[in-house]
Design a protein. Sequence first.
Length: 188
Amino acid sequence: MKIIFIFFVFFSLNKSLASNIGKETGLEIPRYVSIKSDNANIRVGPSRNYPINIKYIIKNLPIKIIDEYNDWRKVEDFENNLGWIHKSLIKGERHGIIKSNETESIIIYNSSDGIPIGEINRGNIVKLKNCKIDWCYIIFERYKGWIKKKYIWGTKSDEVYNIGFFQPFIDYFWKSINFMNYLILKYK
């Protein structure tokens, strides 16, 4: 009886986990990728025979893969548009698009909860280097810094992405530097 129970639990877990894995690639579904080209078509179905639904002319635009069929990926963009794109037009390099309901710019910080070093506007595309629970380290033009994850479309809300072993030490270093700068300015 124990063996049957264990087999049932194992089978149930495998079936539930398999529903989140792409049939063609074996990668997680949904997942975020970027458009490789500044000329990419999103089609109504998974073939060149289907009509074009949307034409993207922006390189590095983030999209979310929600299904796979042969060489085609069903995707969703930041405006909830759905369609199919050929796998040759996407890359695994992660980018995000700045979203905000606020009219003001989003602040870029030197560290999470650190000192402001710049601003970025809604609709800008940023390269995602790594993400913590609430913050992402981005590259945009001449800026390299942290912004709050809630302002980025292109990463899951609970996703921790590309965080290395030394990240807590780096965070501690920047908190120390920021605190020293605060003390210098306060008692100047």
